[in-house]
Ligand binder design. Structure first.
Ligand SMILES: Cc1cc2nc3c(=O)[nH]c(=O)nc-3n(C[C@H](O)[C@H](O)[C@H](O)COP(=O)(O)O)c2cc1C
Length: 130
């Protein structure tokens, strides 16, 4: 698992210092949660999680967002500096999936839901299932 974090982001220091991170794969119903964590004016530290339902990961203690489609807990094995971001490579300690179907995507500047079983057009004109 890897995540690319801006070197100026608060999250960067947290991951670099702690050496572990968790990922919550948000569902189409969690647009407000995605907007909250993308908002630079949100509260700092643990206070940013006060308005969100979460549980601590068993391996990392990092917050796992309730209602997400899936969760991953990771320990950092490598940090690769790439321009103004760091690529944190993580060994997966635990992976779990929830009951939801519709994924949350950011496409053409908008958060959108991708329904389960949605079709996608391939560049060469073929049509397959996503
Ligand atoms: C759809 C979307 C995707 C994003 N992806 C990343 C990303 O991959 N890495 C990153 O560092 N910030 C990403 N951001 C920006 C962060 O959500 C956030 O605005 C920024 O890191 C906040 O920095 P802070 O933690 O210092 O407040 C993304 C924002 C949006 C809306």
């Amino acid at each position: 698992m890897l995540c690319c974090v801006a070197r100026t982001a608060r999250l960067h220091k947290a991951v670099a210092v702690e050496g572990r991170f968790a990922v919550s794969v948000l569902s189409a119903e969690q647009k407000a949660t995605a907007r909250h964590f993308a908002d630079r004016s949100r509260p700092h530290g643990w206070a940013q999680f006060a308005t969100v339902s979460w549980v601590p990961g068993l391996h990392t203690g990092a917050p796992l967002i309730t209602g997400a489609l899936a969760w991953l807990e990771c320990e950092v094995t490598e940090e690769v500096v790439a321009g103004d971001h760091s690529v944190f490579v993580g060994r997966v300690l635990e992976a779990a999936s929830g009951s939801g179907d519709a994924a949350l995507l950011f496409h053409r500047g908008t958060l959108r839901g991708l329904p389960d079983g949605a079709t996608a057009d391939a560049p060469d004109g073929r049509v397959g299932t996503a």
